[in-house]
Ligand binder design. Structure first.
Ligand code: NAD
Length: 476
């Protein structure tokens, strides 16, 4: 596939390509241009030229186009889901959910088309004051490979409905679904230049986008380390940023929790998308008094998970998305074994057999009796490894849960309302779930505290991330 600039499919000026590999089979799926700083300049120019016209259309007219696009996405759901599974690795059912999620988010923001406007504010001494809200201009969206379609929707929907134009940089190894979705937006009537996609390396394409003087806002999702680099570069131009970064979400299972539900929640929370979700359950704290029974049930359920190519039937978990992640997970588990920092009771290996020989597969893994100094508790484990720690009570669980630089999500599993209240007040996280984990909805604000980021996506508040608020004061 080619990049998309000013409504046209184009090659890069570099003349070079990136190869897109299926992580389940190692087969070459496609190639995309390896973009350069010059390609970014052209894309930003296209977005800048399209801005005045797009900003002057009514929000309702913009909504009609986005709504049409959502309809086409729904019609082509299966085809898009197959493409997503082929480039990303997740099971087909998860890809379908993600594609539906893309359409849902687009439609949700269409519904908010009439909701953002200024206010009249009476002030003392016969004054009149008003506020007006304007789009910012050209925005940059930089996205990761774990949920490329959903995260694209989180960024483009509030940006476009409020009248901004965009240059989007997909992750290097999952650009195909993003490029196809952008062509669907064009087909639905989005004018040329309103959305542009430049593929290529983060250090080149991403950084030139952030530095471009015409780019007024950057919405970035990715690792905390990259987010800090983006923030540093954006500060040079005093640009607005939304940073959605990593997480190390705790799940707390109290002694009064429904253990069956908690086991299902832990399975989905940790192994969905092969553990590569920002809000995955990355550390599980269980009360000592129920730990033995809970761990037994969890172990049995993990052993039942079916690992394989996401396009095959009844697969619960696909491969990791890329070689770097695969090597990281293998190294991490080897490190736990070597230092005796936990007991691996399920998984822990690359599965054997020819079906796995060319894919980045790793068994769903359960590690218990994890030592506090283990890397499993200190790093963001972006893969299918679940560390379990036993705690005496809620106080200890919350203290351990908050012992991280991250603050994205957290969940507490209990029937006791006092424990719910304590958890909600004391857990350091942007989103707290009770008796569930991982659920997100277009209506509900999403974003973290601490090193998990700055700003919110989803919900009506995300609109203000893309609007400039001006105050007018009149004396008549
Ligand atoms: P990453 O930081 O490596 O890359 C993210 C994007 O940034 C990619 O498009 C990449 O090419 C680009 N990039 C890389 N270097 C850059 C630079 N110097 N300047 C500008 N752009 C650059 O992250 P990843 O490995 O693709 O994604 C996994 C991470 O994303 C995890 O930490 C995960 O928790 C996080 N994540 C967070 C959320 C959230 O909403 N909080 C959602 C999904 C993923």
């Amino acid at each position: 596939m080619k990049m998309q600039i000013n409504g046209k499919a184009v090659e890069s000026y570099s003349g070079e390509f990136f190869y897109i590999i299926n992580p389940a089979t190692g087969e070459l799926i496609d190639q995309v241009p390896k973009g350069t700083e010059y390609d970014v300049e052209i894309a930003v120019e296209a977005a800048s030229s399209a801005f005045n016209c797009w900003a002057s259309t009514s929000p309702q007219q913009r909504a009609r186009i986005l709504y049409t696009a959502a309809g086409i996405v729904r019609q082509r759901k299966d085809e898009l889901a197959i493409l997503l599974t082929r480039e990303q690795g997740k099971p087909f059912a998860e890809s379908k959910n993600e594609i539906e999620g893309f359409a849902n988010v687009l439609e949700y923001y269409c519904g908010l088309a009439s909701s953002f406007h200024g206010d009249f504010i009476p002030v003392p001494q016969n004054g009149y004051s008003f506020t007006i809200k304007k789009p910012l201009g050209v925005c940059a969206a930089i996205i990761p490979w774990n949920m490329p379609a959903l995260i694209m929707a989180w960024k483009i929907s509030p940006a476009l409905i409020t009248g901004n134009t965009l240059v989007l940089k997909p992750a290097s190894n999952t650009p195909l679904t993003n490029l196809t979705l952008a062509s669907i937006l064009s087909e639905a009537g989005l004018p040329p230049g309103v959305i542009n996609i430049v593929t290529g390396p983060g250090e080149v394409v991403g950084e030139s986008l952030v530095k471009s003087p015409q780019v007024k806002k950057i919405s970035f999702t990715g690792e905390a380390r990259t987010g800090k680099r983006v923030a540093e570069l954006a500060a040079g131009g005093m640009k607005r940023v939304t940073l959605e970064l990593g997480g190390s979400d705790p799940m707390i299972v109290c002694d009064d929790a429904n253990l069956e539900t908690a086991v299902s929640g832990a399975l989905r929370g940790r192994f969905y998308n092969c553990g590569q979700t920002c809000t995955a359950v990355k550390r599980l704290f269980v009360f000592e008094s129920v730990a033995e029974g809970f761990i037994k049930k969890l172990e049995a359920s993990i052993r039942n998970l079916k690992v394989g190519n996401g396009l095959h039937e009844n697969i619960d978990m696909g491969p990791l998305n890329n070689c770097r992640q695969w090597e990281y997970i293998k190294e991490l588990v080897a490190d736990v074994e070597e230092k005796d920092e936990g007991r691996i009771v399920a998984g822990g290996r690359v599965p054997e057999g020819s079906a796995y020989s060319r894919g980045y597969f790793f068994e769903p893994t359960l590690v218990v009796d994890v030592q506090r100094e283990s890397r499993l508790l200190k790093e963001e484990v972006f893969g299918p490894v679940l560390p379990v720690v036993q705690v005496k009570n809620l106080e200890e669980a919350i203290e351990e849960a908050n012992n991280t630089c991250y603050g994205l999500g957290a969940s507490i599993w209990t029937k006791n309302i006092d424990r719910v209240r304590t958890g909600c007040e004391q857990l350091n996280a942007g989103i707290i779930w009770i008796n569930q984990h991982l659920k997100v909805a277009p209506e509900v604000p999403f974003g973290g505290a601490g090193e998990s980021g700055i700003g919110k996506e989803n919900g009506p508040d995300a609109l203000s991330e893309y609007l400039d608020l001006k105050a007018l004061m009149l004396k008549i």
